[in-house]
Write a protein that binds this ligand. Structure first.
Ligand SMILES: Cc1cc2nc3c(=O)[nH]c(=O)nc-3n(C[C@H](O)[C@H](O)[C@H](O)COP(=O)(O)OP(=O)(O)OC[C@H]3O[C@@H](n4cnc5c(N)ncnc54)[C@H](O)[C@@H]3O)c2cc1C
Length: 302
């Protein structure tokens, strides 16, 4: 497959790292997932566009990922090319109160950089283990903030037209854990500009520490997971419903409803994707039976 991709590439091959037969368990926060036929780690926008174009020209299926913290990859793995936009495409520039970053930048790094520069607005993002790309796609949020509050614009590569386009803040159609990118799988997000406000670095740090402490107290951060397994249903909290259904600690294979926070399914060790899916289905069935509420997965199954 490497040769097929290389033949179609119109950018230098050294602008990306190619990993054939790469276990996706190494690239997901759940530590679950069979092999990708070919994992590509891009180092430039040219490499991202080049790899996408080459995969399309070669007729290979393409999957785009950031830090893999909101996905569950099947045990059979992923056929075709998986473009993992991460630490090799993560430049961050700060000018005045604006931050421009490539989408492989981690939210934790962005949040820390903003704090160091005395900029407030990204404190909420400090403990979210995703990349900027995944965060825009999901409109990631926590505590008092979400990406929608800070994004001024973003740039994406439209794989269909082959052009790079810009979206203004209001055009992102941000909603609860969603954005316009969710309905456009052919748009690969390259960078974003965030508008922050001047603030006192000590006050910003204190707020970040407070959020981090709350996470440590409530969330099972010592086990691999993909964060909240289900979306918050209108008028309820998924974790509370699951707890009230008596499912805390319920286990199938290596997958368990966390005993610390019922909203999280964790990998207790050696969990397969099949274990997690079976557990999710059981939880959904029980919550529906006991409370008449249909839980919808927040985690994306690939
Ligand atoms: C312990 C833990 C705590 C969490 N806490 C929170 C929280 O408080 N709030 C919250 O919102 N989420 C939380 N999450 C979930 C997750 O971190 C976020 O959804 C995050 O935004 C996902 O980013 P990612 O880079 O890991 O995306 P991935 O999981 O890699 O991908 C998610 C989706 O985004 C798409 N995508 C990623 N990058 C791009 C790109 N450049 N272009 C186009 N599409 C792209 C992928 O195709 C995929 O469909 C948590 C997860 C964990 C494990």
């Amino acid at each position: 497959m490497i040769e097929v991709l290389k033949r179609e590439l119109d950018c230098p091959i050294d602008e990306m790292t190619l990993c054939p037969n790469e276990p996706m368990s190494r690239h997901t926060s759940f530590r679950i997932g069979g092999p990708a036929d070919l994992l590509v780690l891009p180092k430039s926008a040219r490499a991202i566009c080049g790899a996408v174009k080459a995969a399309r020209a070669a007729g290979l299926p393409l999957t785009v990922l950031g830090n893999g913290s909101n996905v569950l990859v099947r045990d059979e793995g992923i056929r075709g090319v998986v473009l993992c936009i991460g630490s090799e495409y993560a430049d961050i520039q700060i000018e005045g109160t604006r931050i421009t970053a490539q989408t492989g930048a981690l939210l934790s790094v962005l949040s820390n950089e903003a704090q160091r520069a005395g900029l407030t607005g990204l404190e909420f993002a400090g403990g979210i283990p995703g990349s900027l790309g995944g965060a825009l796609f999901m409109n990631a949020g926590a505590y008092d903030g979400q990406m929608a509050d800070v994004v001024l614009s973003s740039c994406y590569y439209d794989a269909q037209s082959g052009e790079i386009q810009t979206l203004d803040g209001k055009d992102h159609a941000f909603g609860y854990r969603s954005s316009i990118y969710k309905s456009h799988p052919d748009w690969i997000i390259l960078s974003a500009v965030m508008q922050l406000q001047e603030g006192d670095p000590d006050i910003i740090r204190a707020k970040m520490d407070d959020f981090a402490g709350r996470r440590r107290d409530k969330q099972p951060l010592n086990y691999p997971s993909a964060g909240s397994t289900f979306k918050r249903p209108e008028g309820y909290f998924a974790g509370k419903l699951i707890q009230d259904a008596g499912l805390m600690g319920y286990t199938i294979g290596g997958a368990q409803v966390s005993e610390k926070h019922a909203g999280f399914v964790i990998n207790r060790g050696g969990a397969t994707c099949a274990d997690v899916l079976a557990l999710m289905e059981y939880v959904q069935r029980e919550v529906l039976r006991q409370f008449g509420v249909q839980l919808e997965p927040e985690v994306r199954v690939l």
